[in-house]
Design a protein around this ligand. Sequence first.
Ligand code: SF4
Length: 138
Amino acid sequence: MILLKRVLTTCGYCGCGCGLYVNIEGDEILGVTPQGGHVVSDGKLCAKGWHGFSFVRSPRRLTKPLIKNNDGTFREASWEEAYKTVKEGFTRAMTGGDNTDAIGVFSSARCTNEENFLMAKLARMSLKTSSIDHCARL
Ligand code: SF4
């Protein structure tokens, strides 16, 4: 017998915020079901909403920091080395009051809206760049 659990949530792939249930068995996502009567989506989802959960179990997900070598290959690194490398790069790039031409930030549709808001704040307030984008623009 399959014990299916349905978790009501909001699709985070774009700013529409469609309502859906994530259907779970154990710790596996089996699929999603649109939330009927939702104020935005009313039982409908686009292709991203229907099928965009496969990344959760993807073997291609990064689990350790990678540093790019000069020849274009990547090597695994410790978190300490990765943070040190990032800090050195930002220190070199931050030359003045406006770093828009030197630093760009790319956020993700797989973050929550709140996480993307914080990324925008980090970019504009701390890194002093307005070069920020997001892959979920429709
Ligand atoms: S990506 Fe599609 S399903 Fe998700 S919120 Fe946007 S329109 Fe809705």
